[in-house]
Design a protein around this ligand. Structure first.
Ligand SMILES: [Zn+2]
Length: 355
């Protein structure tokens, strides 16, 4: 059935856009298997693409050829969201072995500010300390009872920290101090986490270096959010481009942070000269797809090889019933002016969600 599907005319007219987030350097894949993949699993995926004779196209070329009806058989594109330092340190060495073209949707606030993404690091700290007791919770604005043992309990604590930080209009660096305090009260060395660059994004010189080496950088907003007010939304794109400096001119493809989209976003993106936008909704893109709602396959550690191959061939797309990613708009999304800081809330917002 795989062979029939992959060689079908139906598949030939479609582009599969793969979506990855993090490749783990330590134990991140144990903490969030849907966000981080072990590098060996990632290598197996690329090996399957190579052995299967898939045509991995640069994203822009793939989209152009999709529209022109000139896709080669078994075509796909590979995208990475966020542009974490782990892309540089853990994904790239694997990618280099295969030479596939890659697009990184780079969010830039935490690229400009080299500190761990606040709510992500808080979530990780709590997971690391799940068997411990948090000392002096009041100093962190937290009230007991605190449940560190369950994912939902830890999520509640992170949400409270994020909401409080937003309400107090804390800067990124103030939030970083708060995360350091949390680490201290959990008896974890924050310095080690910071110096390891876990949960940090690639800095500008790393982005420039990889761009010169052929990695394609595209848009993912500056602060990893999509405000519901046009001016603020468009500022996210402008700031994102500005931060990508000269790459900004070639950055015309966009990926919705957290996979959240609304009808009005299309015209705002078009006004910023964006020509395509990808979601976290599962599917293969066809000529009939809305170019501002292109589906992707979010590939995660908990997908089996069989399921992955099912998607490559297109068969899984035909069999899947539920395809859309959850559209939960974070409270802060419509009020980006409250804080100049990035939130990246979706990275920890829902255990089973897409970033
Ligand atoms: Zn993202």
């Amino acid at each position: 059935m795989f062979r029939l599907a992959v060689n079908s005319q139906w598949r030939k007219k479609r582009l599969l856009i793969l979506c990855y987030h993090g490749i783990s350097r330590f134990d991140e894949h144990l903490w969030r298997p849907r966000l981080y993949m072990h590098p060996e699993v990632f290598r197996q995926r690329l090996e399957i693409l190579k052995q299967g004779g898939y045509n991995v196209l640069p994203l822009g070329e793939g989209l152009r050829r999709l529209q022109a009806g000139e896709l080669p058989s078994k075509s796909l594109a590979i995208t990475f969201d966020d542009g974490g330092y782990d892309f540089y340190a853990a994904a790239l060495p694997v990618i280099k072995d295969y030479g596939f073209p890659i697009t990184v949707y780079q969010t830039t606030y935490y690229s400009d500010h080299q500190i761990p993404v606040f709510n992500v690091v808080c979530s990780y700290l709590l997971w690391k300390a799940q068997d411990r007791v948090l000392r002096d919770p009041k100093e962190l604005g937290l009230a007991e009872p605190l449940d560190l043992k369950t994912d939902s309990g830890r999520m509640r604590i992170v949400r409270k920290l994020v909401v409080d930080a937003e309400a107090r209009n804390l800067t990124g660096f103030q939030k970083n101090d708060l995360a350091a305090k949390l680490a201290e009260s959990l008896e974890i060395s924050y310095d080690e986490i910071v110096s390891s660059r876990m949960f940090q994004l690639m800095n500008r010189s790393e982005v420039d270096e990889l761009a010169a080496a052929g990695i394609d950088f595209q848009l993912h907003t500056h602060r990893h959010r999509t405000p519901l007010e046009e001016g603020l939304f468009r500022k996210e794109i402008q700031d994102n481009r500005r931060s990508l400096r000269k790459l900004g001119e070639t950055a015309i493809h966009f990926c919705y942070p957290s996979g959240i989209y609304r009808p009005e976003f299309r015209s705002w993106l078009q006004m910023e000269n964006v020509v395509s936008a990808t979601t976290c909704d599962s599917g293969l893109a066809s000529r009939r797809s809305n170019p501002f709602l292109l589906p992707r396959l979010v590939d995660t550690s908990d997908r089996s090889t069989l399921e992955f191959e099912g998607w490559l061939t297109g068969l899984a797309s035909l069999l899947t019933v539920r395809k859309a990613a959850p559209q939960i708009i974070p409270a802060a999304a419509g009020s980006a002016s409250r804080s100049a800081d990035a939130d990246q809330s979706a990275l920890v917002r829902k255990p089973g969600g897409n970033d």
